[in-house]
Design a protein around this ligand. Structure first.
Ligand code: HEM
Ligand code: HEM
Length: 157
């Protein structure tokens, strides 16, 4: 993976756009089981927004991964190889894994009729918990360690 001095404007825009869409997807997924019963009978149960937002997330996450591969990302702050840097790198990988697996699970349930709705819901809830930890770490870096990590997800370089 290439190492850069900062995130590009498009990487930053995608980070915040996907963050907002994930929260919206999480709330619109509420009552998904009941909605699926209506969908199975040919209705929509107002579930189209959830599916559309979820599919948009999937497309935007794939775009982000391609950008990471092509352009790279800045190194996590701290000593290379230290526990903090490893935790940051693997934490981000876990978020990417969940950001792909959760919408793919939803897709398999909705379009292919596979019985993975519960897994989809579990994955979405795990993603929310991991993201909460991620946001707290970002705030800890910015306001306690004062190493400007949050600023670099605000200002393109
Ligand atoms: C659904 C919500 C969120 C998701 C899915 C998410 C995901 C990610 C991912 C995957 C990265 C790795 C860098 C990249 O490839 O873009 C990242 C970086 C970052 N995120 Fe988030 N994020 C979310 C919300 C937040 C929030 C609420 C904050 C701030 C409070 C935040 C602050 C940051 C910062 C500062 C970085 C840069 C870290 C670094 O460069 O080491 N994120 N985020
Ligand atoms: C990151 C993106 C997504 C998040 C965070 C998310 C979140 C959720 C949540 C929290 C539920 C729980 C429903 C409940 O309370 O019963 C749910 C249900 C559901 N979602 Fe998603 N979803 C995402 C993407 C998608 C996509 C792309 C699709 C379809 C193409 C989809 C289809 C479904 C279906 C069919 C259910 C009902 C599952 C069941 O039978 O229990 N979701 N989603």
């Amino acid at each position: 993976m290439k190492t850069t001095t900062g995130y590009s404007g498009i990487q930053i825009s995608l980070h915040w756009l996907v963050a907002i869409l994930i929260v919206v997807a999480w709330f619109t997924g509420e009552g998904g089981k009941a909605a699926m019963k209506v969908v199975e009978k040919g209705g929509t149960a107002g579930f189209v927004p959830h599916v559309a937002i979820g599919l948009a997330i999937l497309a935007l996450v794939v775009t982000r991964l391609l950008l990471r591969l092509g352009r790279g990302t800045p190194a996590a702050p701290g000593e290379p190889g230290s526990l903090a840097v490893l935790a940051s790198d693997w934490g981000h990988r876990l978020i990417y894994l969940l950001m792909l697996a959760v919408p793919l699970g939803g897709l398999c349930t909705y379009f292919l009729g596979l019985d993975v709705g519960d897994l989809h819901e579990l994955g979405a809830n795990v993603l929310m918990v991991v993201i909460l930890g991620h946001a707290l770490m970002a705030l800890y870096h910015q306001y306690v360690l004062k190493d400007g990590v949050l600023s670099r997800m605000m200002r393109p370089e």
